[in-house]
Design a protein around this ligand. Structure first.
Ligand code: ADE
Length: 232
C-alpha cells in the first residue's frame, strides 16, 4: 500500500515510520511512505501557509492554495487512485471497522491538519474522508496520522508474523454473536511474581481448556469495561 502524507511538519514522521512493525512493513515491501511538505507548494514569496481567521478569533487557519496544490501534485506522482483523508477532531471517530476497510485500499493520501483548522473551502473542494482519533484535541494531525497508519499497516497481509497475528487483537476478535471483543489477559515467565501466580489453566497444556478460558475472559472483560462495543 502506498501512503502519501501531507504535513507542515514532515520531520515528525521518520522515527515512527522506520521503527518496529511500520519499519518492517516498508522494508518488506508491504507499505511505502512518501512525505510531502505542504509549505513547498505555497505560491507566495514567503511560503506562507496560514492566515488569521475571517471574523476574528484566536489561532491561525491553513490556507486553501498550498494544500490544494500539494494534493494535486502528489496525486500525479503515481497513477494509483488515492483515497483522501483529513485528520481532524471534527471527523468520524476511528473504529477498527473503518481501519479494516481502509486496509483494503491501494493508496491513501493523508492530510495532517494544523493550527486552528483548515479553510473550509478546500475541504469542500477536496472532499476528503474526515477522521478523528478520539474526542480530545491534539496540537496537529501528525500524531493522529501516525496512529491511523500504524493501525492500518499491521492489518496488511504479510506484515505480522504468525506469532503476533492481528486476528486475536482487541476489537478484531469476536464473540458468538459477532460482537467485537477486548483481548484477554496475558502472562509470561516467571510463574510466580510478588506472590502473584499465573492462572493454573495456562500451565495445564490443555489447548482446548486454554482457548475456552481466554474466550470467557474476553467476554467478561468486554462486558465489564466496554459494554458499548458493537457488532459491526
Ligand atoms: N487534530 C487535532 N486533534 C485531532 C484528533 N483528535 N483527531 C484527529 N486529528 C486531530
Amino acid at each position: 500500500m502506498r501512503f502519501d502524507i501531507l504535513s507542515l511538519f514532515p520531520e515528525m514522521f521518520p522515527a515512527v515510520l522506520s521503527a518496529s512493525i511500520l519499519g518492517r512493513a516498508s522494508k518488506g515491501g508491504f507499505a511505502s511512505y512518501h512525505l510531502h511538505n505542504i509549505r513547498d507548494f505555497a505560491d507566495n514569496k514567503h511560503a506562507k501557509v496560514d492566515d488569521r481567521p475571517f471574523g476574528g478569533g484566536p489561532g491561525m487557519v491553513m490556507m486553501c492554495q498550498p494544500l490544494h496544490d500539494c494534493v494535486q501534485a502528489v496525486e500525479k506522482m503515481d497513477e494509483t487512485p488515492a483515497t483522501r483523508i483529513l485528520l481532524t477532531p471534527q471527523g468520524e471517530v476511528l473504529k477498527q471497522k473503518r481501519i479494516e476497510e481502509l486496509a483494503k485500499k491501494p493508496r491513501l493520501l493523508i492530510i495532517a491538519g494544523h493550527y486552528e483548522g483548515v479553510d473550509e473551502r478546500v475541504i469542500d473542494e477536496l472532499k476528503p474522508l474526515e477522521l478523528s482519533v478520539g474526542d480530545y484535541v491534539l496540537s496537529g494531525g501528525e500524531l493522529a496520522a501516525m496512529i491511523l497508519i500504524d493501525a492500518i499497516v499491521r492489518l496488511l497481509p504479510g506484515v505480522l508474523g504468525h506469532e503476533d497475528s492481528a486476528a486475536e487483537d482487541s476489537f478484531s476478535a469476536r464473540g458468538q454473536e459477532g460482537k467485537r471483543l477486548l483481548d484477554c489477559p496475558h502472562y509470561t515467565r516467571p510463574q510466580v511474581w510478588k506472590d502473584r501466580v499465573v492462572p493454573e489453566v495456562l500451565l495445564s497444556g490443555d489447548h482446548g481448556a486454554v482457548e475456552k478460558w481466554r474466550q470467557e475472559q474476553m467476554i467478561e472483560r468486554t462486558k465489564n469495561r466496554r459494554p458499548d462495543l458493537s457488532e459491526e
